[in-house]
Design a protein around this ligand. Structure first.
Ligand SMILES: Nc1ncnc2c1ncn2[C@@H]1O[C@H](COP(=O)(O)OP(=O)(O)OP(=O)(O)O)[C@@H](O)[C@H]1O
Ligand SMILES: C=C(C)CCOP(=O)(O)O
Length: 250
């Protein structure tokens, strides 16, 4: 049973302090992964938090607004690689056979913005007993230079590629919240929840919760959005937080 898990950048970093890992939160998340029954059959994606988003905002780069500024590309991609190294190191310390996979090196968007992400290296690494760890990144974008590639987009590409049976998105919130702050149990269309969906409380160039829900509705497997306290429950087979199941999720 393959699991695709996104660790929100807002969970594992101090989102308001540039390039600062939240060591306690990262360690708690990594312990939950290391101790779960899922074992090594998991692909991990992490978001940008205070590593990617601050630099992306500084250079005016988002998932649709690109840059040709080489300093900007190096700053954003470099920061994401530093966060990725911190995540891989933490997993390794807990005995998880984690290896880095950098999307900027392989992904591309065409002039219409459509994303292509080769995944044979991910499936092969999984088959060979490794735990691939990808991250929100930049992506070469025809006609736009480089744009942001969010971890949520990566989850949508990876889940079918590895035939994931479970998809989890661990964020700082306990689920997608309605206008009264209660956890929405299940989301099947964007329109039904759009009034409650905002961006992010922190610097975020990839759309916050609205972008997340929109991306996850495109999946053919239901995806769960939950908070850090529910990570062990998710990995243990429970369905905490909000289930996002679009038309294709059956
Ligand atoms: N209806 C909503 N329910 C829950 N969170 C919401 C809602 N509307 C807006 N948000 C915001 O969305 C944020 C989660 O999205 P965000 O993109 O910041 O998280 P992340 O994926 O964990 O981090 P990152 O993008 O750095 O990986 C919450 O912290 C909250 O501020
Ligand atoms: C800002 C960058 C480079 C990555 C964004 O990834 P996300 O936090 O998953 O949206």
């Amino acid at each position: 049973m393959t699991v695709v898990l996104k660790l929100g950048g807002s969970v594992i970093t101090e989102k308001d302090e540039p390039e600062t890992v939240d060591r306690a939160a990262l360690s708690a998340a990594v312990s939950a992964i290391a101790e779960s029954a899922v074992g090594d059959d998991i692909v991990i994606v992490h978001g940008g938090g205070s590593f990617g988003h601050h630099h992306a905002a500084d250079y005016g780069v988002s998932t649709t607004a690109g840059t040709h500024d080489v300093d900007g590309v190096q700053a954003i991609h470099g920061a994401m690689c530093r966060l990725n190294a911190a995540v891989v190191d933490a997993l390794t310390e807990h005995g998880v056979p984690a290896v880095p996979v950098h999307p900027f090196s392989v992904a591309v968007r065409d002039a219409d913005g459509d994303l292509s992400l080769p995944t044979a290296q991910v499936t092969t690494l999984l088959d060979e007993g490794f735990v691939p760890v990808l991250h929100g990144d930049l992506v070469a974008h025809a006609g736009a230079g480089a744009t942001v590639l969010s971890g949520d987009e990566l989850v949508v590409e990876l889940a079918p590629a590895v035939d994931a049976e479970r998809v989890g998105v661990c964020s700082t919130v306990p689920g997608v919240l309605d206008e009264d702050g209660a956890i929405i149990d299940r989301i099947e269309t964007f329109e039904a929840v759009a009034p409650a969906l905002g961006g992010s409380d922190a610097t975020d160039v990839s759309g916050g919760m609205a972008g997340k829900v929109r991306a996850l509705l495109a999946l053919s497997a239901p995806a769960l959005v939950f908070g850090p306290d529910a990570l062990s429950a998710f990995l243990g087979g429970e369905s905490p937080g909000t289930t996002i199941a679009g038309d294709d999720a059956g």
